[in-house]
Design a protein around this ligand. Structure first.
Ligand SMILES: *Cc1c(COP(=O)(O)O)cnc(C)c1O
Length: 435
């Protein structure tokens, strides 16, 4: 499979090149040249298959030309060492819990898959150099990437995070790991961290000597494996007798996860329509209303992993629909949920249905609760464990939230970080000492 750039000015790339480069030469995002449609009988039998079996079938279709089947299945099996159950919430809404991975966020699957793909490429490329992954984080991405890459041979991860601006638990999730993970504590804000990473990628002196790559959601290796979720979610809804007119609702920030859902739809997954649930950052919602895409600075909300004012995967969605606004509106609707409503819905859903939402899932619940048509049912993505947003959830419900042992365990480790300023020269000196 070849990958093309959404900007149309870069040469086609192999999977290896698309994964190692991240962004195409023309700064566009890579897209698979064609989206394979899976056979009818797969969908007829899907409810009898396990998550791993389903994911192997999807992975074969997407990556089978590029990775030998046995290795690909090993990558999938190592990636999916946990389940993503559908928990019925109301009679017509099932929550697809995407948060049972090591850092309790859905980004674990993409990060783990990408790490193992890179391991495969380092073992087979003939270039013996270590791959250095640079990632700037405001919290969740750093923890998922650091844990996903932990102990993977041939790859080192450098997480840049703003000093004092990530939650204590998130900080522990990437500063206590050791091995091939280094945390750089930047005396600055998230934008400073991102600027340092960008400067490094544009520094020819460095990029010629070191193999540098990034691991944010623009990378196809993080994006495409997220489509596994939707097939597995569909299979479970089918078992519940709720897949006849299925609405898939995705709480969205950079729109990588929704994009993966749309790709699953193109592969033939029987989904009636999609809903992009937003918090108060409503750039996409406004686009659906007006046909004009106007990026804006993000505003902080309780669902902070969705505080994005210029979603990076918008270009991919645009591309999937041939830049046709009406076609996009035909498949996708939007919703906006402010902080007051997030708190009210967490409380109401817990009281009425006994299900505890996190602030991101609450935005999704808002988008489908009492908003389904006759005969429709909704697969609602729950993107984070409520304990990760303990304070907000307790404030909403007045009930203490148990912290899973897995999450609490991160707090036991010893924090180790390299303090640096936001001055690029200091970061460059750090990178210059790497091999
Ligand atoms: C990253 C994240 C999102 C947003 O996902 P996108 O793919 O960027 O749209 C939503 N919820 C949680 C908890 C996240 O960590």
């Amino acid at each position: 499979m070849k990958y093309y750039s959404t900007n149309g000015q870069a040469p086609l790339a192999s999977l290896e090149k698309a994964v190692i480069r991240g962004l195409a030469e023309d700064r566009g995002l890579y897209m698979p040249e064609r989206i394979p449609v899976l056979p009818e009988e797969f969908y007829q039998n899907i409810q009898t298959m396990t998550f791993q079996e389903i994911a192997c079938t999807v992975a074969d279709a997407l990556f089978g030309e590029d990775i030998p089947a046995e290795e690909l299945h090993r990558i999938v099996e190592e990636t999916l060492s946990f389940d993503c159950p559908v928990v019925p919430v109301t009679r017509s809404i099932g929550a697809l819990e995407l948060f049972h991975g090591p850092t309790l966020a859905f980004k674990d699957v993409g990060a783990r898959f990408m790490a193992r793909l890179l391991r495969h490429f380092t073992q087979h490329s003939g270039d013996p150099r270590t791959i250095h992954v640079l990632v700037a984080t405001s919290g969740d991405t750093g923890s998922a990437v650091a844990n996903g890459f932990l102990g993977v041979e041939g790859v080192c991860v450098h997480v840049l995070y703003p000093k004092g601006k990530v939650s204590p638990i998130q900080e522990c999730q990437f500063t206590t790991l050791g091995q091939n993970i280094t945390a750089l504590e930047v005396d600055g804000c998230f934008d400073d961290c991102q600027a340092l990473v960008k400067s490094a990628f544009m520094d020819a002196e460095l990029t010629e000597r070191l193999r540098l790559t990034s691991a944010n959601s623009i990378n196809v290796a993080r994006l495409l494996p997220q489509s596994f979720y939707y097939f597995h979610g569909y299979a479970q809804m089918k078992r519940l007798g709720l897949a006849g007119q299925l609405v898939v609702c995705v709480p969205s920030g950079n729109f990588g996860n929704l994009c993966a859902a749309l790709i699953a739809g193109r592969m033939g997954l029987p989904v009636k329509r999609f809903v992009a649930a937003n918090n108060a950052n409503q750039v996409f919602f406004d686009y659906l209303q007006t046909g004009k895409y106007t990026p804006r600075p993000s505003i902080p909300t309780l669902a902070n992993a969705m505080d994005v004012g210029d979603p990076s995967n918008f270009a991919r969605i645009f591309e999937l629909y041939g830049r046709d606004w009406q076609a996009i509106c035909g498949d996708i609707s939007g919703s906006v949920c402010d902080d007051t409503r997030i708190l009210a819905l967490i409380k109401q859903c817990r009281a009425q249905y006994g299900y505890l939402l996190d602030p991101h899932g609450a935005c999704g619940f808002d988008a489908v609760y009492h908003r389904l048509g006759r005969g429709e049912s909704a697969l609602l993505c729950e993107t984070a464990h409520p304990a990760k947003f303990k304070d907000t959830v307790e404030r909403a419900t007045g009930i203490p939230v148990d912290v899973p042992t897995r999450l609490a365990a991160f707090m036991q480790g010893t924090k180790q970080s390299v303090p640096i300023s936001k001055d690029y020269r200091e970061f460059k000196e750090y990178l210059s000492n790497l091999q």
